[in-house]
Design a protein around this ligand. Structure first.
Ligand code: GTQ
Ligand code: FE2
Length: 321
């Protein structure tokens, strides 16, 4: 036995034992500095809102100051102001506003994180190319770029195009399977279509929302069926000023983007007033409820499938009086 090991074995008291375990990078469970388990989720991530008008002003300035080639993507990430965080919007997800100027291309690349976009303001001829398929954007569309699908963006129109990106990058950073490949320029287009598994066109979403029945909580919502997106659930919810559902909390991390209308949402103990284009986030286990002041549609991106797959999903509805 080495001397150090002998000393360890012969420890006379807990204090000695701890000092001899230290250099071996053992931590005695009875000496833990902080609890490793707790009664219920207590995320440090904060309920937050970001306003579209601010993002637009920032992106328009960036449009004067940096081109798409220099920027790779001209985007503004929505960073949750948690100590040590410089990127994520929530523990598992990140969201960003992105803008592309007329005549620009944002070169093709692919990465293991899954990404999707909600189109905000575009005119004709603003598009994404996913695996060689050019999809022209319309406001309200949801475009998918599943993990490792090649994707780039272009704008052959006359006006800047703006959209909101959602990615599971923080989850990938956490579990580490990060891969990225770059293409030279924009991938050639084999096909131009809006009928693709990569797009949920606004026309269809509107029809489906109009036909949707209220669920058990009185919510009018549809889930976009995206089997190629393993980590996110995509939900469109229609809110009317006459109805509101009870507060619901879930282990999910949820990002909400306002597709249309205005209202107020309560996330935990905070209230946020929102209107078109704004983005707000509900970290795990915060009660969420929405109140529309005029008819509104919210788009929700949640990490629910991750919780479901791993057996962690819990949902609770607040008792109503
Ligand atoms: O458009 O490919 O906001 O890869 C962040 C990472 C957008 C994109 C973002 C990305 C993209
Ligand atoms: Fe990307």
């Amino acid at each position: 036995m080495t001397d150090a090991r002998k000393a360890l074995a012969d420890s006379n008291n807990l204090e000695d034992l701890r000092h001899r375990l230290d250099p071996l990078d053992f931590m005695a469970g009875w000496n833990k500095h902080e609890a490793s388990l707790w009664k219920e989720p207590r995320t440090a991530y904060k309920p937050m809102i970001w306003h579209w008008e601010d993002a637009k002003a920032g992106l328009d300035a960036a449009g004067r100051l940096i081109n798409a080639e220099q920027a790779e993507r001209r985007n503004l990430f929505m960073v949750n102001p948690v100590e040590g965080n410089h990127y994520a919007s929530l523990r598992t997800l990140v969201t960003a506003y992105q803008m592309i100027l007329p005549g620009e291309t944002a070169r093709t690349h692919r990465h293991s994180p899954n990404a999707l976009r909600l189109v905000l303001d575009v005119a004709d001829d603003c598009y994404t190319v996913v695996d060689g398929v050019r999809i022209d954007m319309k406001p309200g569309d949801v475009l998918l770029t599943p993990g490792m699908c090649w994707h780039g963006h272009g704008n052959e129109g006359k006006r800047p195009g703006y959209w909101i990106d959602f990615l599971d990058v923080p989850l990938v950073q956490l579990i580490e399977p990060m891969f990225l490949d770059l293409w030279e320029g924009l991938q050639p287009v084999d096909k131009v279509t809006r009928e693709s598994e990569f797009v949920f066109p606004i026309e269809q979403t509107s029809k489906d929302l109009a036909a949707a029945k209220r669920d058990e909580h009185g919510r009018v919502r549809i889930e976009l069926d995206a089997p190629s997106m393993p980590t996110t659930a995509l939900i469109m919810e229609k809110l009317t000023s006459a109805h509101h559902a009870p507060p619901i909390r879930s282990t999910e991390n949820q990002i909400f983007a306002v597709l249309s209308g205005s209202g107020t949402s309560r996330i935990g103990h905070e209230s946020f007033r929102w209107s078109r284009g704004d983005v707000f986030v509900a970290p795990s286990w915060h009660y969420v409820s929405h109140k529309a002041s005029e008819d509104a549609v919210l788009f929700c991106v949640s990490d629910r499938p991750v919780h479901e797959k791993l057996g962690f999903l819990r949902v609770e509805v607040a008792a109503t009086m």
